[in-house]
Design a protein around this ligand. Sequence first.
Ligand code: GLN
Length: 483
Amino acid sequence: MNLGISATEFLSQVREGNVSVEEFVAETIDRIQKVEGKIHAYLTIDDKNALEKAKMIDKKIRNKEKVGSCLGMPISIKDNICTAGLKTTCASKMLENFIAPYDATVVSKLKTEDAIILGKVNLDEFAMGSTTEFSYFGPTKNPWNIEYVPGGSSGGSGVSVSALESLISLGSDTGGSVRSPSSFCSVVGLKPTYGLVSRYGLVSYANSIEQIGPVARTVEDVAFILNIISGLDAHDNTTLDKGNADYTKDLDAGVSGKKIGMIIQMTGDGIDKEVASATNKAISKFEDLGAECSSISLDAVEHSVAAYYTIASAEASSNLSRYDNLRYGFDFGTEGYEFKAYASKVRSNFGPEVTRRMLLGAFVLSTGYYGKYYLKAQKVRAMIKSQLDEAFKKVDLLIAPTMPILPFKIGEKIDDPLTLYLLDINTITANLSGIPAISVPFDISSSGLPIGIQLLANTLQENKLLQAAYALQQTTHLPKVPL
Ligand code: GLN
C-alpha cells in the first residue's frame, strides 16, 4: 500500500472503497515500528486504540452510517497539546507522567470529525528550541539524513508526516516551530493568524504569540485541517470569528496580478547560497504565473530576534512558574523539605534551554530592567506590525526563505544558543505581529536536504496565502523522503 499519499487522496480512496481505514492504519503502525528506531518522532504510540477506532469507522462506512469528514485519517499530535487519557509530557521530566484530564479543543474537533489520533510526537522541551534536540527523551532525527536535525520545536510533527508515520500532524508555532520542521523535512506547515485556532489545551509557552498549526504533505491537506480546527471557542477568549470562511475554496485561483514582496532583511547576509537561489527561483516561478514581484524593506526585522527572545522568555518565566511538582510532576517525595528548597530542587529538573529562558525572562521582567528590556521589546513588536501594515498596502503577500540555512548536523550548534536563536530571524515576524505564514517545500539542496519557502499574508488572509502556496506547490516535483 502507498502510505505516501496525501490526506486528500486518502479520503477519496476510502470513499471509493479502494482502501480500508483499518488496513491503512495498520500499515502506518507497521511503518512506525520499522522506522522509529532510526528517527524517534513519537513519544507515545496509541496503536491499540487507533486500530479499534479504525475498525469502528470501517464498520460505519460499510453500514452507510454517518462518518466524520476525516474518515479515520491517522494523525499525530505534538506532545504539548492535551489529549485525554494519553500522556502530554511537553518532552520534559517535569511532566513525564502527566495525563491531561481533557482534550484540547483542536483534538476534540478532530475526534468529532473521526480523525484517529495515532500518538504524541516529540518536541524541544516546552517547545523551546529550533532543532528538537532539547527533548528530555532524546532528539528526533531528520528522515532525509538521520545525522541531521529535523528543525523544531515541532520536529516530531514534521518527521512523522515526512517519514510516512502519519498523514497529518498538529504542531505549535511560537516563533516558527511549525514552519521550521516543515522546511527541514519537506512538508507543508502553517502558522495561522493569532486567534484563528483555539489554544485551549495547548500548554502555554508564550501565549501572546503562539498558535497551533497543521503540518501536512500538501497545501490542500493543510486547508482541509484548518477548516476543522479554526473558529471561535468559548474556552479561549482570544479566538476570532471566522465567519463562513472555507480555506479549501478556490485553492487553484492562481496568483495572476497578485503583488508579492521579497523581504530584503530576510534574504541578505547569512543566508545559505542554495537557499538564496531557491528563493530567487520561487520568485521567478511566481512571475511566470503572472504575479508582480518586488523587494520590500522591513527594517524592524533586524531587531526582531532580540524582541522575540525578550517577550517569549518573559512569558515563559511566568507560565512555567506553575511547575512546582506538587500539582503536576514526577515521583519525588516532599518529606524533609521547606517549600522553597523543595521547589528549587525539583525545578532543577528542567533542561538547560528552559532554565535559560526562565532566568532570562525573570530578569527582563524585574524592577529596574522592565522598561529597558520588556517594554522596549514591545515597542519593537509594535514597529514590526506597523511596518507590515504599510507593506500590505503595497503588496498582497510577502516571500522569504523559511529557514536561512540548510538542516545541520545533530549536536553541531547545541552549545551555541545565540546562533540557534538567530536561525529564527525569518519566522518570528509572523508571531510578533500575529499574521499567518506558511512554509512550502520547494527544493532539495545538492547535499540532498530540503529547502522550504515561506509566504506571509495580512491578518486573516489565509485564503490568499493558501492559494499562493498551492500555486507554488504546483510548480514543484520533489522527490519522496529517502528513508
Ligand atoms: N525557536 C523558537 C524558540 O525557541 C521557536 C519555538 C516555537 O515556535 N515553539 O522559542
